[in-house]
Design a protein around this ligand. Structure first.
Ligand SMILES: Nc1ncnc2c1ncn2[C@@H]1O[C@H](COP(=O)(O)OP(=O)(O)OP(=O)(O)O)[C@@H](O)[C@H]1O
Ligand SMILES: [Mg+2]
Length: 239
């Protein structure tokens, strides 16, 4: 489904990714682990091809999705035509809009009206807290609820491949578990997941496969079970 090959990207004169390769197959949950500054968000932004000034510059290598080279795709079509949704770092929901308005905004480019209706139901059943708060202003939601809304919004774009940037950040352990359980449910009903995390504990518990990134390079890859058993990961991330 997604294939990244020998990707080099830079910000100005500084190269942030030094030739990374990875893949995500349809139906998988794959996690990309790494410490602060490893290049995790840069990898996601390269896939989504966010507009400048945020976007890193791809200088070498390729990102293909279902055989299509994403560098040939206009950025808005990455979401609208290819069904790739991003849950960004820091969530970036519209605080002055209600929960429902935020979800509705995500559907603006969709034409499958019948399916949209069904997808709202799906989001509200996955996240009953959002259903209870559907007419509440989003800036009054708790951090965990905002993360749920950000996930719901990516789903409402019509995405069947969802990228998440550190969804566990700032959340209490119980809430993290709840979010990852929902991710698992989404996955079991057909959504492919690529999740960037510093929290290896939780990510390896739910992912099928994992990559470890250090300073812009992939230094380890394997099944989640294999990675959670390696001494390096145990020492550095699992305590
Ligand atoms: N807009 C930018 N301009 C210049 N350098 C940047 C920019 N964004 C990121 N970088 C650099 O690229 C490298 C990778 O950053 P990135 O944000 O991808 O890391 P990360 O793994 O997501 O870290 P974190 O866990 O802290 O979010 C870092 O050295 C960072 O300083
Ligand atoms: Mg980041």
């Amino acid at each position: 489904m997604l294939k990244i090959e020998n990707l080099h990207v830079r910000y100005g004169n500084i190269e942030a990714l030094h030739g990374i390769s990875l893949y995500v197959k349809k139906g998988e949950i794959v996690t990309l682990l790494g410490a602060n500054g490893a290049g995790k968000s840069t990898t996601l932004m390269s896939i989504m091809r966010l507009p400048p000034p945020e976007a890193p510059l791809i200088t070498q290598g390729s990102i293909t999705y279902n055989g299509v080279n994403l560098s040939d795709v206009p950025p808005h079509d990455v979401v609208a035509k290819h069904g790739i949704g991003l849950v960004p770092e820091g969530r970036r929901i519209f605080g002055n809009l209600t929960v429902f308005e935020n979800l509705k905004l995500a559907t603006y480019a969709r034409k499958d009206m019948d399916q949209i209706h069904y997808d709202y139901e799906r989001v509200f059943s996955l996240f009953p807290r959002l259903a209870d708060r559907r007419n509440q202003r989003s800036d009054t939601l708790s951090g965990g609820e905002q993360q749920m809304l950000a996930m719901g919004r990516a789903f409402m774009c019509g995405a069947d491949f969802i990228l998440l940037d550190e969804p566990s950040m700032g959340l209490a352990p119980l809430l993290m578990q709840e979010l990852f359980r929902v991710l698992k449910q989404l996955n079991e009903t057909g959504t492919t997941i690529f999740v960037v995390e510093q929290n290896a504990h939780i990510a390896l518990k739910y992912a099928h496969r994992a990559y470890l990134m250090e300073s812009g390079r992939i230094v380890m890859e394997g099944s989640a079970k294999e990675l959670s058993e390696t001494p390096e990961i145990r020492k550095a991330y699992l305590g």
